[in-house]
Design a protein around this ligand. Sequence first.
Ligand code: MN
Length: 261
Amino acid sequence: MFKPAKVILIIGAGFLGLHSSSIAQIQVQVKGHMNQPSISSKNRQAIAPSTKFEFHPLPYSYDALEPYIDRLTVEIHYSKHHRAYYDNFLKAIDGTDLTSIEISDIFRNISHYPIAVRNNGGGYFNHTFYWEGMSAQGGGLPTGKIAEAIVNTFGSFEEFKKELSESGKTRFGSGWAWLCLDDKGNLFICSTPNQDNPIMDIAEKKGIPLLNIDVWEHAYYLNYQNRRSDYIDAFWNLINWDIVNKRYEYGMLTHKSNLIL
Ligand code: MN
């Protein structure tokens, strides 16, 4: 019986033109008094834009990617590193117009925003994208239209594998290797430093991401120590080609990423 009262209170706050952080405070107060679970994410999105960005659940258990990526690495990477980017992104945009803008639109103008938005927004998006792109049943050869596009672009799957791996292995310092789609519908490979991504206006070559490899040491050092190369070789056993194909088909139709956070 308390849930509707909470919803009305938040809508009321919206009508009164209260600041988004005030709404968040009200939510906390109400929650504290009633000790009820929070309203569904769907309702939250509709009512309080400040909370529209969600920390997506890991699409599998911590040990699902073994033996290629060990349980502890996944747990720390997801629950500490990824979580910190998410939390710090929310802090960086709190009280600004960015709370109600799609993250891709933030990235397309990232050069105009504080570095904390770039680093943490990138970290939040890139990791969600990374987890989604892997599966315990992954690996093997691509399927669907992406398979054809890869062969047409790179000559063969083996050549593509070599080029993407090389991109990750030669990225100086921390960053990401990417397979992307450009605005003409062509595939290309690139790498980005830190938590940048190819959607950002500061990217050397801009495009829609289809697949990424995290080459920060925190992605592999527990199991592989300094051997980034071995981790990248192992990564090929985890790629969820079904998801990559969906991203490709969506990107070809819309010229946008299908990942809504
Ligand atoms: Mn990472």
